[in-house]
Design a protein around this ligand. Structure first.
Ligand code: ZN
Ligand code: ZN
Length: 644
C-alpha cells in the first residue's frame, strides 16, 4: 500500500509510526531549538528509539540539521517505512543536496535493502539508484555502497564498486579494506587478500586493528597460516580482535598447538580473553591429551565472562563430548537455557560415540527440530549399538517427515549398521542403491564387516569396488590380507602382501598417545624407543601372568596377519601401541587415576580383551579413543558392548 521507495510518499509520518510505540522521551514540550538538540543528542548517544520518539512527538518537518540523525536512527532501528517517509518529505525541501544527509539516506537503503515491506521492483536497487543520482560523492558515500553490497553477500558487486571508486580518484581507506577483507576471507581469495595487504602496507593502514585482523582472517581462510602469523606478529597494535583472529585462524588450519601457545602469549601480555577467544580455542582442546587445558579454559571462561554465553557453552559441550567426558558435557548442556543445534548434536554424537546409545536416542527424541547433522548422530548411535529397526525408522522419518534428503554420512551410517549387524547382503544392496554415489570409505565399512563376519566372497566384491575408486587404498589391502589370513588362505594373503610391496603401499603404523603428568607420550607399534621400554615390557609380563592366572586370559591371535607360529603371533600383539601406552600409564600414575589413550587405528580384538581384563584387575577406568569411537573399559566391560 505504500508508494514505491524513492518517490515521495505523502502519508503523514504519524500515520506510520505512532509515538506510543516508542519510549517515553517526550514528556513536556521543550522549545524548538532544544527539541532539535535533544534529538541529535539522543542519536549521538545511541538512543535511537528516543531520538525518533521525540521527533514524532511534534507534527514537524525534518531539516538539514536533523535529517542525518533521524535517518541513522531509522537505519539502526530498522524502520524502513519511517525512513522512506522522511525521504519523501525531505525531497521536496531539497535537503538531499547536502552530502551528509544523502549519505545517511544511502546508508539506510544499503542496510535495510530487501527488508522492507515496499513491494515492486522499484526498490530492488534503491540504494544503487540513489547513489547514481547523487551529484557529489565522497569516501563515505563509496564506503556505504561497498559495505552494503558486501553485507548482502554480493561479493562481485562490492569488488566492482571498489574498482570504480579507485577510478573515480578516491583512495580506499581502512574502513573500505576492513569491509572487503571478510569477502576475501569467505571466498578464500588469496591473491586479492595479498593485493589488499600490499596496498595497506603502502598506505600505512596495517596499524588499524580491523584491517590487520581482516588480513589475518583472510589469509587463514586461504590456508596461509604463515602469512596470518606474519601480519599478526608485525602489527604495531594488538587488541582482542586481532588475538581472536590469529587464534581462530590457527585452529581452523588445524594448528591447535600453535593456537594454544598464542593464547598463553596473550595472557602473558596481559590480554583479556573474551567469549570469542574461548569459543575459538575450545575446539583445539577436544583431544584427550589437551583435556587439562580444556578444563582450565572452562574455569577461565566462567571467571572472565559475566553470565552464560551460548557460544562458549556450546563449544564446551562439544569439547567435553569429543574429549570423552560425556558426563561433563551433559552438565554444561543441562545448564544451558536454550541449547542450540550445535550443543544438541554434540550431545547426541557424544552418546553415540561413548555409549550408552539409548541415551543418544532419548536426547534425539527431545531435540526440538532435528537437523541433518543430528540425524547423522542418531544413526551413528544406532549403528554402534546394532539397533537396526530403530535406525530404519529414523532414516524413513528423516526423508518423509523432515524433508531432509539423505547425504553421504546418513547412508554411510546405515550401510555400516547393516554390515556390523551381519546383514551383509542387505548392506550390499543398500550401498548399490544409495541416492548418493558411495565413496571408498562406505565400501570399506562393508569390507570391515565382511572381515568380522568372515565372508570372503563379498569381501572380494567390496574390495574390488574400493580399488575401482582408489587403486592404492592401503587399509583395504591390509584388510584383504587379513581376511585371507583369518580364513587360512595364506597363499592369497601372501599375494596381497607382495602386491602391496610392489606398488609401495605401507601399512599405517599403529600409534597411541597418553598424557602422564602433563607430558604426552607417544608409542608406535613395535617401537622400542621409549626410554622406559624395558620396564614397560617387564610390567606387562607380570600383568599378563596375573591375567592368565586370575582371569583365565588367553591371547586372541586371530587378527594377526602373518602365517607364523602362535608364540610369534602373541609377541606381535604384545608390541601393540595401545597396550604399551596403557601399561605405561598403569605403572606411572597413582592408583585409581583414569587412563586416557588415543589411538590412530581401530583397537584390535586382543587389545580390547586385554583392556577389559586390566581395567577390572587393577581397578582402573581406561578410556581408549580409537579411529571410530570411544571405549570406556571398567569392571571387565566396555561401553561399546564389544560391538565396534
Ligand atoms: Zn592390539
Ligand atoms: Zn570397546
Amino acid at each position: 500500500m505504500l508508494v514505491s521507495g524513492l518517490r515521495a510518499s505523502h502519508l503523514h509520518l504519524q500515520m506510520l509510526e505512532s509515538p506510543k510505540n516508542f519510549g517515553n522521551a517526550a514528556a513536556s514540550p521543550p522549545s524548538d531549538l532544544s527539541w532539535a538538540a535533544a534529538i541529535r543528542r539522543h542519536a549521538s548517544r545511541g538512543q535511537f528509539n528516543d531520538a525518533l520518539a521525540l521527533f514524532l512527538s511534534r507534527p514537524a518537518k525534518p531539516n538539514r540539521h536533523l535529517l542525518p540523525s533521524l535517518l541513522k536512527s531509522c537505519a539502526v532501528t530498522r524502520r524502513l517505512k519511517l525512513g522512506e517517509s522522511l525521504h519523501g518529505s525531505s525531497l521536496k525541501l531539497g535537503l538531499f543536496s547536502d552530502l551528509c544527509s544523502a549519505n545517511a539516506l544511502l546508508n539506510l537503503y544499503a542496510k535495510l535493502h530487501g527488508d522492507g515491506s515496499v513491494g515492486g521492483n522499484g526498490d530492488v536497487s534503491s540504494a544503487r539508484k540513489l547513489f547514481d543520482e547523487m551529484p557529489q560523492r565522497d569516501l563515505v558515500t563509496w564506503n556505504t555502497v561497498v559495505a552494503g553490497a558486501a553485507s548482502r553477500g554480493l561479493h562481485g558487486e562490492a569488488m566492482a564498486m571498489v574498482r570504480a571508486m579507485v577510478r573515480a580518484g578516491l583512495d580506499p581507506d581502512s574502513f573500505t579494506l576492513s569491509t572487503v577483507l571478510p569477502v576475501f576471507a569467505e571466498l578464500a581469495a588469496m591473491a586479492a587478500a595479498a593485493e589488499t595487504h600490499g596496498y595497506a602496507l603502502k598506505r600505512g593502514l596495517t596499524d588499524d586493528v580491523f584491517v590487520s585482523s581482516g588480513l589475518i582472517d583472510a589469509y587463514a581462510k586461504s590456508s596461509r597460516a604463515d602469512l596470518s602469523w606474519f601480519v599478526f606478529s608485525t602489527a604495531s597494535a594488538k587488541d582482542l580482535v586481532s588475538w581472536n583472529a590469529i587464534i581462530a585462524g590457527s585452529v581452523q588450519n588445524g594448528q591447535c598447538d600453535d593456537a594454544i601457545r598464542i593464547f598463553r602469549g596473550m595472557l602473558r601480555e596481559g590480554g583479556r580473553p573474551g567469549a570469542v577467544t574461548f569459543s575459538s580455542l575450545l575446539p583445539a582442546c577436544a583431544r584427550a591429551t589437551t583435556l587439562r587445558l580444556g578444563r582450565e579454559l572452562h574455569g577461565g571462561a566462567v571467571r572472565a565472562l559475566a553470565g552464560d554465553n551460548p557460544f562458549v557453552a556450546s563449544a564446551l559441550v562439544d569439547m567435553y563430548a569429543k574429549s570423552g567426558l560425556i558426563a561433563a558435557a551433559r552438565r554444561v548442556f543441562d545448564m544451558m537455557i536454550e541449547p542450540d543445534g550445535v550443543s544438541w548434536t554434540a550431545m547426541i554424537m557424544g552418546y553415540a560415540l561413548h555409549g550408552p546409545a539409548g541415551e543418544a536416542v532419548a536426547m534425539f527424541r527431545r531435540m526440538p527440530e532435528p537437523n541433518a547433522v543430528a540425524f547423522v548422530a542418531v544413526l551413528t548411535a544406532c549403528s554402534h549399538a546394532g539397533m537396526v529397526e530403530q535406525a530404519k525408522g529414523f532414516y524413513r522419518a528423516m526423508t518423509e517427515e523432515h524433508g531432509i534428503s539423505p547425504g553421504l554420512e546418513h547412508c554411510a551410517a546405515m550401510a555400516d549398521l547393516l554390515g556390523r549387524s551381519g546383514r551383509l547382503e542387505e548392506a550390499y544392496r543398500f550401498i548399490s542403491a544409495m541416492p548418493v554415489a558411495p565413496t571408498a570409505s562406505v565400501w570399506a565399512a562393508l569390507l570391515g564387516a565382511c572381515r568380522v563376519h568372515k565372508d570372503v566372497g563379498l569381501a572380494e566384491t567390496a574390495a574390488a569396488e574400493i580399488f575401482k575408486l582408489e587403486p592404492a587404498e592401503a587399509a583395504a589391502k591390509v584388510l584383504m590380507a587379513n581376511i585371507y589370513a583369518a580364513a587360512g588362505r595364506w597363499k592369497e594373503a601372501a599375494a596381497v602382501r607382495v602386491e602391496m610391496k610392489r606398488i609401495g603401499v605401507k601399512k599405517e603404523p599403529g600409534c597411541s598417545w597418553v598424557a602422564v603428568k602433563d607430558k604426552v607420550h607417544v608409542f608406535a607399534a613395535e617401537d622400542r624407543s621409549h626410554p622406559r621400554y624395558e620396564e614397560i615390557r617387564r610390567a606387562w609380563g607380570a600383568l599378563r601372568e596375573r591375567m592368565e592366572r586370575e582371569e583365565g586370559y588367553v591371547a586372541n591371535t586371530e587378527g594377526v596377519l602373518h602365517d607364523v607360529e602362535e608364540e610369534q603371533k602373541r609377541d606381535m600383539l604384545e608390541g601393540h601401541s595401545e597396550r604399551l601406552a596403557i601399561v605405561f600409564a598403569i605403572m606411572s600414575t597413582a592408583p585409581g587415576t583414569v587412563i586416557r589413550v588415543t589411538k590412530n587405528l581401530r583397537v584390535c580384538v586382543d587389545c580390547h580383551a586385554v583392556s577389559k581384563v586390566l581395567a577390572k584387575m587393577v581397578g582402573r577406568e581406561i578410556v581408549v579413543r580409537d579411529v571410530n569411537r570411544f571405549h570406556h573399559f571398567s569392571g571387565g566391560h566396555c561401553s561399546c558392548g564389544d560391538f565396534w
